[in-house]
Design a binder for this molecule. Structure first.
Ligand SMILES: [Zn+2]
Length: 173
């Protein structure tokens, strides 16, 4: 697991190390014990939308359920309906900001706490690894191992931009 230290004035935030230290990272995010990079983008009683706390890729977001369940089939209608709306808004924000032309969504039931990856496809990923779900592990490992000192600052900046775009609220459904 890669370690990236971001120095900000006198504080050091070590997102990936902190993320490793919880029994259930989903519960840590859901309960507010782990503050994601740049803070959450959107929160409700059902879900949290935020940047991934382990892989420093600007625009790589995670929707985390509040409840410790592992499957879409265990969600209440209110939860999955809200998830659909939030995915739609998040994808549009990422694309409007030019953070990705294409998104890959991933939800794995083998993970004990429900979450969905909203993974942005960027030109460098296609050049180095290709496209699609089979490439995500290699891309994530590469991003952690090759992160520069400003990697988490770039993630936080993307979070600020996505949050502003997300709350413009001029989307039609
Ligand atoms: Zn959990």
């Amino acid at each position: 697991m890669g370690t990236v230290i971001m120095e900000k004035e006198n504080t050091q935030q070590i997102y990936s190390v902190e993320a490793d230290s919880y029994d259930c990272i989903g519960c840590a995010i859901a309960k507010g014990e782990l503050t994601p990079p740049g803070g959450s983008i959107y929160e409700s009683r059902n879900i949290v939308l935020a940047a991934d706390p382990e892989v420093p890729i600007p625009g790589f977001l995670i929707i985390t359920g509040r409840r410790h369940v592992n499957s879409f089939s265990m969600l209440y209608k209110e939860e999955w309906m809200e998830i659909g709306e939030v995915i739609s808004k998040a994808e549009r924000a990422i694309k409007n900001l030019g953070l990705a032309q294409e998104i890959t969504l991933v939800q794995e039931e083998r993970s004990k706490h429900f979450h969905i990856w909203i993974f942005p496809t960027k030109d460098w990923m296609i050049e180095k690894f290709g496209r699609g779900v089979s490439c995500l592990r290699d891309i994530s490992r590469y991003a952690m191992e090759n992160a520069t000192g400003s990697a988490w600052e770039e993630v936080e900046e993307a979070v600020r931009e996505i949050r502003a775009e997300f709350y413009k609220g001029n989307y039609e459904y």
